[in-house]
Each structure stands twice: as C-alpha cells, then as structure tokens.
Design a protein around this ligand. Structure first.
Ligand code: PEP
Length: 263
C-alpha cells in the first residue's frame, strides 16, 4: 500500500511536565528549530493550562496544538473535567486512550470509544492510542489486544470520519523505558491496524488514515520507523521535551516523507 498520500505527523506529548515559562520557551524553540517542516505536520500537546497560550504562540506557524485527554461527558456538573467543546477552538488533535490513561486512571475501551466520538463531534482529530502490555506480547496476544481496542473504538467511528483518524501504536512496555520496539515489529502491527480498518471502512479510508508509532522514539531511531510503509509518524513522549531531540525527529520524518513522495 502506498504511503506517500499521507502527510507525516510528529506529535509531542508533554504529559504532566513543564511549568508555564518552560512550556512557552519549549514551544518557541520548536517553532524556530522546526520551521522547515513543510512535509511534516508537527503537533505540540502540552498540559491543559498551557493550551490557549501555545495556540496563540504557534498561530500562523507550521505547528498546531493538541490535548492529552478530554472528558467523556459533553458538559455539566463534572468537577475537574475538560470537555471536548472547550478544546475545539484551540486544538486540532486530542489524544484518546493513552496507556497512562488506560492503566493508571482505569479508562476502559468503552470510555475511550466515547471520548473518540466527542472529539470527532467537535471537529477535532483523535489520536487513538492502542498497544499491548509486556505480558500480553510475551503471550503472543499483541494483535488480539490491538484488535479488541480497535473494535471497541470503531463503534464510535463512521465511514466519513475513518479516513481522518490517527492511530498511535504504542506498546506499553516501550513507553518511557528507552526500549523501543523494532521497526519491523512496529510495522507488523501498523500494517495490521491499517488492514483491520481498511476491511471495516474501505480502501479509501484505509489509505488516508495515519498510523503512528510511539514508544522511546528518539532523533537517532526515528528514521527506522518512518521508513516503514505503514508508519506515518510518531507520538513522542520524553524526547518531545527537548527541542533539539524533537526537531531531530521531525527532521527524520521530513527526509523520509520526501523520499516516500518521490517513490
Ligand atoms: C508516550 O507517552 O506516548 C510515549 C511514546 O512516551 P516516550 O516517547 O517517552 O516513550
């Protein structure tokens, strides 16, 4: 399946890091250092309180802003929650189902599916995270786990939305461990994800939707993932907090995107 129709995407998930000044400084550094990223979509995903400031700061640049999570509810008496409609004026993307949400905060596949629907309903693009735990990989259950996560999420996705979806394959054991998957293993799962969604939503959506890899991506290893035919970019945690590292990853995506375009 040709991949050159899809725009590469590199998203930096800052998690619960950065004080206000650090966030502004990091966003400025990335905006300056990644300015030549025309073949790559670059997304900064800061903590909630910095979203409005960063959206203002990157306006008119190559960068856009995303959110790490949103409420499963539309609006109402839900103390401490942030609704999708509140994010929509500022965010192009929202991460749903990150493994830290699933495993530390008890988000089920059904909750993830409901959040996905909220994000689409408010005109944003979900970055749906899927991936197996170490014991599941060791038991040979990787594809079954990913299929279960996809199948539940798919209940919230209709045919017209499927081509816009971004799925991040993030093996849980590779997140924040410095132990990335091999590019071949990541490609095998990315191909499975694209194939499964193609079967459900058709060739057109399958060709358009983007699959990212996430899990200990660095400027040094990023190119090996991006060279794989079904991997369209990366969801980056730790390395996104360092502008040079992050822009190194964006640079690798740019080089591969140009090569794929010419292919
Ligand atoms: C993540 O949190 O989505 C992630 C991939 O983290 P890291 O790059 O630090 O492994």
């Amino acid at each position: 399946m040709t991949s050159h129709l899809r725009r590469a995407l590199v998203a930096g998930n800052w998690k619960m890091h950065t004080a206000y000044e650090e966030a502004v400084h990091l966003a400025r550094e990335v905006a300056t250092s990644c300015s030549d990223a025309s073949d790559v979509e670059v997304v900064l995903i800061p903590p909630f309180p910095w979203i409005v400031t960063l959206a203002e700061l990157v306006r008119g640049s190559m960068l856009s802003v995303g959110a790490q999570n949103c409420s499963v509810y539309e609006r109402g008496a839900y103390t401490g929650e942030v609704a999708a409609f509140m994010l929509a004026p500022f965010c192009r993307y929202v991460i749903v189902g990150h493994s830290e949400r699933r495993h530390l905060f008890g988000e089920t596949d059904e909750i993830v599916a409901a959040k996905l629907a909220r994000v689409f309903a408010h005109g944003m693009t979900p970055i749906l995270c899927v991936g197996e735990r170490l014991e599941e990989r060791e038991a040979g259950q990787t594809l079954a786990v990913v299929e279960r996560q996809l199948a539940t999420a798919a209940a919230s996705i209709d045919r017209s939305q499927a081509g816009r979806l971004v799925v991040a394959y993030e093996p849980v054991w590779a997140i924040g461990t410095g132990r990335p998957a091999t590019a071949a293993d990541a490609q095998e799962v990315a191909r499975f994800i694209r194939g499964w969604l193609t079967e459900r939503y058709g060739e057109r959506a399958g060709r358009a939707l983007r699959v990212l890899y996430g899990g200990s991506v660095t400027a040094d290893n990023a190119g090996t993932f991006f060279s794989e035919p079904d991997i369209d970019g990366a969801l980056v945690g730790g390395a996104s907090l360092d502008a040079a590292q992050f822009c190194g990853i964006v640079g690798a995506a740019r080089v591969v995107a140009r090569a794929k375009k010419g292919a």
